[in-house]
Design a protein around this ligand. Structure first.
Ligand SMILES: NC(=O)c1ccc[n+]([C@@H]2O[C@H](COP(=O)([O-])OP(=O)(O)OC[C@H]3O[C@@H](n4cnc5c(N)ncnc54)[C@H](OP(=O)(O)O)[C@@H]3O)[C@@H](O)[C@H]2O)c1
Length: 310
């Protein structure tokens, strides 16, 4: 399905993080033009409102809302976004996680968590979990996570999830995207049968704001390469748009896409035991109950019924 043959999204409510720049913004523009009620999540309420105004100006009649947040990397940020979405939207059909970044030096958020892990991994998981019941009630619904081919070659650092030792920006970024794909597969497994699908994607190598506010040599190299060889944000929006809208993907879940197609991803990204282990490790950070495990009936209602005295 190319960009010109996307179906109408009229009647759908699509929420996007990272909607103020690059791939997320280009995706939001097309989603709004296709008729969805489009909810932009981004830093700075008045700034996001201005972006919503500009999208409406370009697509007269488009319904575009703005949800501001100070910092999605901190718990108070994604909790506040989740609360606002829950209050304002009884139905959410698509949740797109495009916010993400690489940091030139190791930083910690106000919660004391390494910033790459907090923004690229914990925030999308926390927001998804807090909206899971809303998505299930809105099914068929989709969760779309913008990962990266940078996950290739990465391994989950089980004893150093917060990169305390030997911080290297691109390596830490790459493993955050591996972790995002693993969480995609685990969320998909846990949501199977609910009508909510969860898929991750690589958008391509895209000229965007990526690395622009990041000091250091790695980010500078990425910026120069992207300015020479990167594709447009509109091109970067193509795979997200397919995952948001293509009816042939109804029911497709737990997959990783690149160039609009399912691709395997690295062998580490297909390790379902790692996916389960990482999800559980992240839940300990988030201190959230998480979703029931359909493959462990020992914890489910069936087991409870079996355990009950006759
Ligand atoms: N560009 C590429 O070649 C490429 C390749 C593979 C994957 N990706 C992924 O694609 C996604 C979008 O990146 P992009 O290339 O479009 O870069 P971008 O132009 O820098 O967009 C990143 C988005 O994330 C938002 N963001 C960053 N930190 C945030 C925070 N703490 N709280 C709330 N929002 C925050 C940014 O908001 P502000 O506008 O406020 O900064 C912006 O909207 C990222 O997940 C990135 O890892 C990009």
């Amino acid at each position: 399905m190319d960009g010109s043959s996307l179906p109408s999204l009229r009647g759908r409510i699509v929420v996007l993080t990272g909607a103020t720049s690059g791939i997320g913004l280009a995706t939001a523009r097309r989603v709004a033009a296709l008729g969805a009620r489009t909810v932009l999540v981004g830093r700075g309420e008045s700034r996001v409102r201005g972006i919503a105004d500009s999208i409406r100006a370009a697509s007269p009649g488009a319904e575009v809302d703005a949800v501001g947040v100070d910092d999605l990397a901190v718990r108070a940020g994604w909790e506040q976004v989740a609360a606002r979405l829950r209050d304002d939207y009884p139905t959410i059909h698509v949740l797109v996680h495009a916010a993400g970044a690489m940091f030139g030096e190791r930083q910690e958020t106000a919660d004391g968590i390494e910033r790459t892990f907090a923004l690229n991994v914990l925030a999308p998981l926390g927001l998804t979990l807090q909206l899971a019941d809303r998505l299930i009630a809105s099914a068929p619904a989709r969760v779309v996570l913008v990962a990266s081919a940078a996950h290739r070659g990465a391994r989950v650092p089980w004893d150093d999830l917060e990169a305390r030792h030997g911080y290297r920006p691109f390596a830490v970024y790459g493993r955050s995207k591996l972790e995002l794909i693993l969480l995609t597969r685990e969320l998909a497994r846990r949501l199977r049968g609910t009508g909510v699908t969860v898929n991750a994607l690589h958008p391509g190598f895209i000229r965007s704001g990526f690395g622009h506010n990041t000091p250091g040599a790695t980010a500078a190299t990425v910026r120069v390469l992207a300015s020479v060889a990167g594709r447009s944000p509109e091109r970067g929006a193509q795979t997200p748009l397919r995952l948001i809208s293509d009816p042939s993907l109804d029911g497709v879940t737990g997959e990783y896409f690149s160039n609009g197609r399912i691709v395997p991803g690295s062998s580490a990204s297909r390790d379902l035991e790692s996916a389960r282990r990482l999800y559980e490790a992240c839940l300990r950070y988030l201190a959230l109950p998480g979703l029931p495990d359909p493959d462990r009936p020992a914890h489910g209602p069936v087991a409870a019924a079996k355990a009950a005295p006759a």
